[in-house]
Design a protein around this ligand. Structure first.
Ligand code: PLP
Length: 467
């Protein structure tokens, strides 16, 4: 285990090396008062006995091999720049400039930024939208069949398919037949499983991407495993993607001083779903808790969105006449911090060990939420952003990103190629992507619903376009 190797190395070597704090002895007093000396002395550089994520010898390499074996992948790499860094490295490794990535509209902005860095040409596919819940549903096989057929008829070449699974709101696609469908079309599959690494830990949860046969999988150890913030893992399976080229991608983006503490935390977190019966026990309790919360909140008049993930619960706010952003503001005033505010709902991350009395505190805060004046309780619908099933951007994101640009009021930008992403954060899912030509329908939608996002990001009034 990497943690043991760090302890052995710290005990057996004289510290005439970086980091500058000298194994904790020179830390600023405020920090030294919080970090135990035992932990601080393990903040070690890539010493020969330890190595690093891209070195084939040392304790880090051994830890990565052990994790790959547990998950059944060919190789894996730990990352200390979140899923962001590993998704981008995977794109840089798997695709060359000008190659095509078939990616969903609910892509995280890190993928878009990866496309800018790598000069990739994304082709965006739509996801089904549940208007009554005001959120995207994951694709199913029929839907994806249609995407691939449209792709064929438009004579587009793609070299890699991206699936984001589960969605941020906790819905999961049938990954096994989807991956099979892509493989049948000769396409390799990258799954952004940032929010679903824990699925491996319980048989009742959806099948995880590696079990489903995906070629590349990215896990956020801090989002869906008990890892520290910034920790993530990239897995590679089979022969469709070249391992050496992935390592080249990692080399482009990885720090030359990855934190040994974060790497050790990554190993422990990535092993967690295989620590049975501990993991299954905690996940079973999480499922019971989700059901209890769902029942009690529904009893209190709230609409709880469907979820495949017991760690996240979403209140649909449309029927209450509030946006999820307004509900979030209201709850923050009562000391309740949700995870994902959106126009039509607010998702809470309940985690593996939800604080005691959390439901009670949430219910009390919800009970103080006033009904908006003149609002009649009942269901409402929110239409999706009007986008075609499949869309190629007018110019590649890289050209749009670096091209000469100017800023226009949104309504004057119709017909222009957009030079920036409009990405309210969270969720970090773009509404407009650089390189796309803004059409009338999308502009009208953005103007009509911009007030719903405005609280998060007041940049929706104007947009940067190519000059
Ligand atoms: C689907 C998805 N992928 C990737 C990321 C990036 O993850 P990280 O914060 O670990 O860089 C996020 C972040 O929210 C995400 O929601």
């Amino acid at each position: 285990m990497l943690l043991n190797a760090l302890q052995q190395t710290a005990a057996s070597t004289l510290p005439l090396h970086l980091p500058a704090h000298g194994r904790g002895t020179g830390l600023p007093p405020g920090l030294a008062a919080l970090i135990t000396p035992q932990l601080a002395r393990l903040d070690l550089p890539e010493l020969p006995s330890l190595g690093g994520p891209l070195l084939c010898r040392g304790a880090v390499a051994e830890a990565q091999q052990a994790i790959a074996q547990l998950w059944g992948s060919r190789s894996c790499w730990f990352g200390v720049n979140g899923s962001t860094g590993l998704l981008q490295a995977a794109l840089l490794g798997a695709l060359g400039p000008g190659q095509g990535l078939l990616c969903p509209r609910n892509l995280h902005r890190s993928v878009l930024h990866g496309a800018v860095l790598a000069g990739i040409e994304p082709i965006y596919y739509n996801l089904p939208f549940a208007e009554d819940w005001g959120m995207h549903r994951p694709v199913d096989v029929t839907w994806f069949h249609q995407v691939l057929e449209t792709l064929g008829s438009q004579d587009c070449t793609v070299n890699l398919v991206l699936l984001v699974n589960p969605t941020y709101q906790g819905l999961s696609a049938p990954l096994t037949p989807l991956v099979q469908l892509c493989h049948d079309h000769g396409l390799a599959v990258l799954v952004d499983e940032a929010h679903g690494s824990h699925f491996r830990g319980h048989d009742a949860l959806p099948r995880d991407a590696l079990a489903a046969g995906a070629d590349l999988v990215v896990h956020s150890a801090h989002k869906s495993l008990p890892g520290l913030t910034q920790t993530a893992v990239l897995h590679c399976c089979g022969e469709r993607v070249c391992k050496d080229e992935l390592e080249q991608g990692l080399l482009l983006l990885q720090t030359s001083s990855p934190s040994s503490l974060l790497l050790a935390a990554t190993e422990l977190a990535a092993a967690w779903p295989h620590q049975q019966p501990l993991a299954a026990g905690l996940l079973s309790r999480a499922m019971d808790r989700w059901n209890q919360w769902q029942q009690e909140l529904t009893h209190g008049g709230w609409l709880v969105s469907p979820s495949d993930d017991p760690l996240r619960l979403r209140l649909c706010t449309m029927g209450r006449g509030h946006s999820g952003l307004e509900l979030d503001d209201h709850l923050l005033a009562f000391g309740v911090a949700g995870e994902l505010p959106e126009p039509a709902g607010l998702t809470f991350y309940m985690g593996l060990q939800t604080p005691g009395r959390a439901l009670h505190q949430l219910q009390q805060a919800l009970a103080q939420l006033p009904w908006p004046q003149g609002h009649r309780q009942g269901s409402q619908v929110m239409p999706p952003l009007p986008t075609p099933l499949l869309a190629r951007s007018a110019v590649p994101p890289r050209t749009a990103w670096f091209g000469p640009s100017r800023r226009l009021p949104l309504q004057q930008a119709v017909g222009h190629v957009v030079a920036e992403a409009i990405t309210p954060y969270p969720p970090g899912i773009p509404l407009l992507l650089p390189g796309e030509r803004l059409d009338e329908a999308r502009c009208t939608w953005l103007l009509r619903y911009s007030h719903l996002w405005q609280q998060l990001d007041d940049a929706l009034d104007t947009v940067k376009v190519l000059a």
